[in-house]
Design a protein. Structure first.
Length: 650
């Protein structure tokens, strides 16, 4: 159009110049006036910019998620994808919650968390001292107002006036948040999510919902949580429900949301990307979200994000990264099974490897008190010998296990030996608490003190009991060790059997499938307390895992075998300091001290032998930057919006 205007103006100018020329020419009519012809080439055309191709980030996953519905299941692969849909709402960094779409985390210091005293009466739902939700009645033990320690707990008589404390938390959303379809994200979306999660048709734990007295929107940006009397959260992030788009999903019932396409295949989010396409068995493709609240900061760095599912064998993902077909291979690919070649490839500069320890930790549990002892221990009545009630024996076993060899040879130095149950990146980790070293002489000396004697001087034969308390003389120190058929555990068992043998301890290993090992009690091996030694893993969470070894956590007939202290370990002092650590909160002045005390007592009593921290691993191409592997985060891709590629990326 612009060209046509220029052309018309030019012709008009020529005509005007011709009309205004000097008097009529005397040239003979046989000499025609030259015709002026204007062609397109005579007017310059501005150059057209070459389109910049979209930048594509490719992440390879070990498994394809079965759903992307927030409450439809939980897997690492699901969260790897959901990190692109949702940013937060709260991230965990080094086991500490960090607000993402909230202005700040509630706290007593900033006034967004408060403690209120309320009067309670018979029949009211309250939290008892053991953390159970109960209806208040005579005989229930609770913490009265102003009390949060066992020493001031009271057993209600059913008549006296009783006040208890409850927590009130206010969560404030950032202003201007939008769903990727442009609709405003408000406090009502979080309340809607809470209502869905609290429904009996939603297959998630309702512990936090059950311990909630009310959850409501005070205004478009503020959600208020009020807990049941006696509920004192250690971390407040668990009491903010991740928003769901009410305007899109309220037409579905909680049961329908489990299968609706809008919740399971293409969930709406507020994060850096929007799902465009999901080709089952192959890939999920996403595009940049123009309504992302951090878009003004140039995030995300890539226009297109693709998740590829390469499946078995496991080394498909490693090969794809080396071939340039993946930018990132995340922890869902079980890369720890390829640890050695990955470390070699990193040394040769062909990839970047990111390795973190925990929060899961592998341990060897003692069957201190088998279930058969519950009706009384009878060494002559068929009960298994009382091998482990003496703490010196447990310490001897620790001295006689070559855990450093496991870390050095099987884990190639990528992990470490725990002294307690807190991983190295936890703020509760004790740097000055060291695990017992491998020392056959010290272990043997302890066994001698207890009465386990090496009568023939041959370490290949088991020691025999001579005056051991609760053990028949001449009983051999021969035990059975159970674990799963996982390849690494089988290798670990070989190392431990060999090292324990050097102290005169005979060990027979039984490899069980997970269904056998983890079956519920009373039939199950672990939770039925039917083992001598057992290797498996626990994870450190938002609260001290010391409760794993409290007396009230021993699985028994009385508690329907639903608790977790499978060792049968029972120590009154430990119970007390553990309870104190569990009631302490990060805002308390003695929070660290209480958690240190229980760790030191655990390391002294050794209800289990901590073996090693499990490792988490991810790999990237060498020119990718911004990747950070935090073992406390729900996914290795917690900050995927900042990932960038190129020699100069920051």
């Amino acid at each position: 159009m612009r060209y046509q205007k220029i052309q018309s103006c030019f012709i008009l100018l020529v005509l005007l110049l011709t009309a205004c020329s000097s008097p009529r020419s005397t040239v003979a009519p046989s000499s025609p006036t030259p015709e002026i012809v204007l062609t397109a080439t005579e007017t310059p055309i501005p150059p057209t910019a070459t389109p910049i191709p979209p930048r594509n980030l490719v992440i390879c996953l070990g498994q394809e998620p079965s759903t992307l519905y927030l409450y439809g299941g939980s897997s690492r692969s699901m969260w790897s994808v959901l990190e692109a849909i949702y940013d937060g709402p709260i991230d965990t960094r080094q086991f500490t919650p960090q607000p993402v779409i909230l202005k700040e985390m509630p706290s007593l210091a900033n006034g967004s968390a408060q403690v209120q005293a309320v009067t309670v009466k018979e029949g009211d739902e309250v939290i008892a001292t053991q953390g159970d939700l109960v209806n208040l009645s005579a005989g229930v033990q609770v913490y009265p107002s102003g009390c949060r320690a066992t020493g001031c707990a009271v057993t209600w008589d059913g008549k006296s006036s009783l006040q208890m404390d409850r927590m009130v938390l206010n969560f404030k959303l950032l202003p201007g948040l939008k769903w990727s379809d442009g609709e405003a994200l408000t406090a009502e979306d979080s309340v809607f999510s809470y209502q869905v999660a609290a429904s009996p048709d939603t297959p998630v734990s309702r512990h936090t919902a059950d311990h909630t007295d009310s959850y409501q929107a005070l205004d478009p940006q503020t959600v208020q949580w009020i807990g049941k009397p006696g509920e004192f959260p250690l971390r407040y992030d668990a009491y903010f429900w991740s928003p769901l788009p009410k305007h899109l999903l309220e037409k579905y019932s909680p049961k329908e949301l489990l299968t609706a396409e809008e919740s399971t295949l293409k969930p709406l989010g507020w994060g850096p990307y929007i799902i465009e396409d999901w080709v089952q068995g192959d890939h999920i493709q996403l595009r940049k979200n123009p309504n992302y609240f951090r878009a003004s900061k140039g995030l995300p760095k890539f226009d297109i994000l693709t998740y590829r599912f390469l499946g078995e064998p496991l080394d498909n993902n490693l090969a794809a990264l080396l071939a340039g077909e993946c930018d990132v291979v995340d922890q869902t690919s079980l890369l720890d099974e390829q640890l050695e070649p990955i470390l070699e490839l990193q040394k040769s500069g062909k990839l970047k490897a990111f390795i973190a320890q925990g929060p899961e930790w592998e341990h060897l549990d003692f069957g201190i008190k088998p279930a058969s002892y519950d009706n009384g221990y009878s060494p002559y009545g068929g009960d298994r010998p009382d091998f482990f009630s003496d703490g010196r024996v447990r310490q001897a076993f620790a001295y006689c296990t070559d855990r450093q060899k496991i870390v050095d040879k099987l884990l190639h130095g990528a992990s470490s030996i725990p002294a307690s149950f807190e991983p190295p990146t936890s703020p509760l980790f004790l740097k000055d608490l060291a695990p017992l070293p491998f020392d056959v002489s010290v272990g043997s000396q302890l066994l001698d003190e207890v009465g386990w004697k090496d009568l023939d001087g041959d370490p290949k034969t088991p020691r025999l009991a001579v005056g051991v308390s609760n053990v028949i003389d001449q009983t051999p120190l021969a035990v059975t060790y159970v674990t799963t058929q996982a390849a690494l555990r089988m290798e670990v068992a070989k190392v431990l059997v060999d090292s324990l043998a050097q102290c005169g301890i005979q060990v027979t290993v039984k490899y069980l499938n997970p269904g056998e090992l983890y079956a519920p009690g009373p039939e199950g091996v672990l939770f039925g307390r039917k083992f001598d030694l057992a290797q498996f893993a626990w994870g450190a969470g938002t609260q001290s895992p010391c409760f794993l070894y409290q007396t009230d956590q021993i699985p028994t007939l009385q508690n329907n075998w639903l608790t977790v202290n499978v060792t049968g370990f029972s120590n009154a002092e430990y119970d007390q300091v553990c309870q104190a650590a569990r009631l302490a909160r990060p805002e308390d002045a003695d929070y660290l001290e209480k958690n240190q005390v229980v760790q030191r007592l655990f390391a002294s009593e050794l209800p289990v032998i901590p073996l090693y921290f499990r490792i988490k691993m991810a790999i990237t191409r060498t020119d990718l930057c911004g990747f950070e592997l935090d073992p406390s985060a729900r996914s290795a891709l917690w900050n995927l919006e900042v990932l960038d590629r190129g020699q100069d990326c920051q």
